[in-house]
Design a protein around this ligand. Structure first.
Ligand SMILES: Nc1ncnc2c1ncn2[C@@H]1O[C@H](COP(=O)(O)OP(=O)(O)O)[C@@H](O)[C@H]1O
Ligand SMILES: O=C(OP(=O)(O)O)[C@H](O)COP(=O)(O)O
Length: 399
């Protein structure tokens, strides 16, 4: 467990401006937050600071807007859900720096909560530029990082700020690291990892290290399409990063050398439209029509995956097996989630899952409570699993 200062070390903060980095990158369907887990997890930190009389200023990102404002990635869309979870009013500033932020902060009373607009609306956030860090730092006296799920990013609001002011870990940051250490510090073998989802380019590099740590890697979702295509199989219009074919092949070679089984789908559910109840068919993996996309892994693959879950003593899971938000493409994810939950309840499995959408998928399958541990983090949790130093955590230990 890394040594860092926590909220226990923060006394006498009435009237202090506390910049709190939280992860509000939550799933949204039809303009409404469809899973509030990440908000619920950071609520204790926000409430504790507010109760101690601090002016609580929330910093967060939402989506990947590439340094420019994008209307549907405004945190104003998330603010009502934050208010609902906290059961407290939350003010909103239309920019995280400059005059809008300064004016909103000047109006705050002790204990008030203010949400600043998406930090990724500025290029300096992801580049972690000294100028942008300084602009953010102007708004606070103390920095608290409670965004474990973004701690693998060395961004201005997750890393840079901690160099500029007294820095502390929030309650969720603390709890996540403690729980992961307890559940996965010395995992019982065999360890099986399931990696799916859509963030292929940002997660694929993690796999080359992960295959040296686990006994089997089950690949589903958009990630699987990239591996299938890398073997020369036509994936039609499926979500696939063809330019990562070499990376995928090299991961398979590393896995073979490390004795890690790679488990890829053998069939898939394909459709021509990405929408609920789209006309669909189940096909062999070698028979994906050129004009269709694989939106879920098929029933034979589910059987295969559930077999690996049975063989596992420890399961780590990030990324849904299919586009679970739109029926019926949730079937594989729900089936594997139910199976892992049953194995856990029977005392045969330690199951740890994480990621914004993965948590949402487990809630959709109504099994989140049955897993050994559910992390808010996906990529960060996988990097932690690899033994990598997370920049957002490392910087807290240096203060
Ligand atoms: N075959 C697929 N085609 C398109 N999207 C997919 C597919 N499989 C999974 N997804 C999408 O992946 C997204 C989640 O991916 P990701 O963000 O990597 O997971 P997490 O947030 O849990 O880390 C979901 O929105 C889901 O719809
Ligand atoms: O949702 C997140 O990560 P996750 O999809 O790995 O769970 C975090 O908010 C980090 O987002 P990013 O992957 O756009 O940096």
């Amino acid at each position: 467990m890394p040594a860092f200062k926590t909220l226990d070390d923060l006394t006498d903060i009435a009237g202090k401006r506390v910049l709190v980095r939280v992860d509000l990158n939550v799933p949204v369907t039809d303009g409404k937050v469809s899973d509030k887990t990440r908000i619920e997890r950071v609520a204790p930190t926000i409430q504790e600071l507010s109760e101690k009389g601090a002016k609580v200023i929330l910093l967060a990102h939402f989506g990947r807007p590439k340094g420019e404002p994008v209307a549907d990635q405004s945190l104003s869309l998330i603010a009502p859900a934050v208010e609902e979870v906290l059961d407290q009013s939350v003010a909103f500033a239309s920019d995280c720096i400059g005059e809008p932020a300064a004016t909103a902060i000047a109006k705050m009373n002790n204990g008030d909560i203010l949400l600043l607009e998406n930090t990724r609306f500025h290029k300096g956030e992801e580049k972690n530029t000294p100028e942008f860090v300084a602009e953010l730092a102007r708004n606070g006296d103390i920095y608290v990082n409670d965004a474990f799920s973004a701690a693998h990013r060395a961004h201005a609001s997750t890393e840079g700020l901690a160099h500029h002011m007294p820095a502390y870990a929030g309650r969720t940051m603390q709890a996540e690291l403690e729980a992961l250490e307890k559940g996965l510090g010395q995992p019982t073998r065999p360890v099986v990892a399931i990696v799916g989802g859509a963030k292929v380019s940002t997660k694929i590099d993690l796999l080359s290290n992960l295959v040296t740590k686990v006994d089997a890697l089950v690949i589903g979702g958009g990630m699987a399409n990239t591996f299938i295509a890398a073997q020369g199989i036509n994936v039609g219009k499926s979500l696939c990063e063809h330019d990562l074919a070499d990376t995928a092949r090299s991961i398979m070679e590393t896995a073979a050398k490390a004795g890690c089984d790679i488990v890829l789908p053998i069939d898939g559910v394909v459709a021509r439209e990405f929408k609920a109840n789209a006309e669909n068919e189940t096909v062999d993996i070698n028979a994906i029509p050129a004009d269709a996309m694989m939106l879920d892994v098929g029933p034979k693959s589910v059987e295969l995956i559930n077999g690996w879950i049975e063989r596992a003593a420890t399961l780590v899971w990030n990324g849904p097996l299919g586009a679970f938000e739109i029926a019926p493409f949730d079937k594989a994810t729900v089936s594997a989630a139910l199976h892992a939950a049953d194995q856990t309840k029977a005392g045969k499995l330690v199951s740890v899952a994480g990621g914004g959408d993965t948590v949402s998928a487990l809630n959709h399958a109504d099994v989140a409570e049955d897993f050994s541990y559910v992390s808010t983090a996906g990529g960060a949790f996988l990097e932690w699993m690899e033994g990598k130093e997370l920049p957002g955590v490392a910087v807290l230990t240096k203060g």
